[in-house]
Design a binder for this molecule. Structure first.
Ligand SMILES: [Zn+2]
Length: 265
């Protein structure tokens, strides 16, 4: 770290998706952040889930301004019968202060399809919120890639931008998203054997890729199955470097530039 100012190869990384405000980090949060900074992670974007954790999320920004950057939104898995009240809380926050993005929002048909219709309503409403404030959206999709692409397509009149977090679709879907102006959030899954993501990088480049951990979930190899944290972002960068056969510093430079561009950092 001490040599970063002089060393042109010192990597700067941005973790574009990290839930480090959750209780999984309550015992070592400060040490975890120090490890991240040591590995060159100098910005961490925090996607919201629902009103149970909004305060913890905003508390991270208060303690670590400039490092921890909050988004605001309602996660599709938190879309239940009370979702209109949750959306009202989100709108109230947006009335008070700016956020880097509306997220994470989207569709999740993996666990439960009871609230499918409400998920769509919440998703559309929050896309419109992002367009109103001219900020990006951060999409969470599970078992719903084509459905999410369709929602983006309906709203894309040239102004909507965002990232498809934890992208795990195929090459064709990746290309559709990039044509719609969207970025692909790539994390630990790219290091998994049979993760399937190595295939898409045979065809697509890094011009629309941003890095993410999704901490505490989806830790990359060699920590697969353990708690994930922003310091592990380098394993994702290293894997992409190997797949694209370019230096890891180049992966860091491109993806950091992409994240800055997308989120206006
Ligand atoms: Zn997330």
């Amino acid at each position: 770290m001490e040599f970063c100012g002089l060393n042109p190869f010192c990597m700067k990384l941005i973790d574009t998706h990290s839930h480090i405000y959750l209780h999984e980090f309550e015992n070592d949060r400060q040490a975890m952040l120090e490890r991240a900074e040591k590995e060159g992670v100098n910005k961490i974007l925090l996607p919201a889930i629902d009103s149970e954790t909004h305060e913890a999320l905003l508390g991270m920004e208060e303690k670590h301004p400039g490092l921890c950057i909050p988004m605001m939104g309602l996660h599709p898995c938190s879309v239940k019968a009370n979702f209109r009240e949750e959306l009202r809380i989100i709108r109230d926050y947006f009335g008070k202060r700016p956020f880097a993005a509306v997220g994470e929002i989207g569709l999740d048909f993996y666990w439960d399809k009871t609230f499918t219709e409400q998920q769509y309503t919440a998703f559309h409403g929050q896309v419109e919120l992002a367009m109103h404030f001219n900020i990006p959206i951060v999409i969470h999709s599970r078992n719903a890639t084509d459905e999410c692409i369709e929602v983006i397509r309906q709203h894309q009149l040239g102004k909507l931008r965002g990232v498809f977090h934890c992208f795990s679709g195929n090459t064709e879907q990746a290309q559709q998203l990039m044509e719609l102006g969207f970025y692909l959030g790539i994390g630990g899954v790219v290091t998994f054997k049979n993760g399937g993501l190595d295939k898409i990088f045979e065809t697509i480049g890094l011009e629309k890729v941003v890095l993410e951990t999704d901490a505490p979930y989806l830790a990359p190899v060699p920590f697969r199955g353990k708690r994930n944290e922003p310091a592990y972002l380098k394993y994702v960068a290293e894997k992409l470097a190997a797949l694209k056969q370019i230096p890891v510093e180049e992966v860091a430079r491109i993806t950091t530039e992409n994240a800055r561009e997308l989120f206006g950092l």
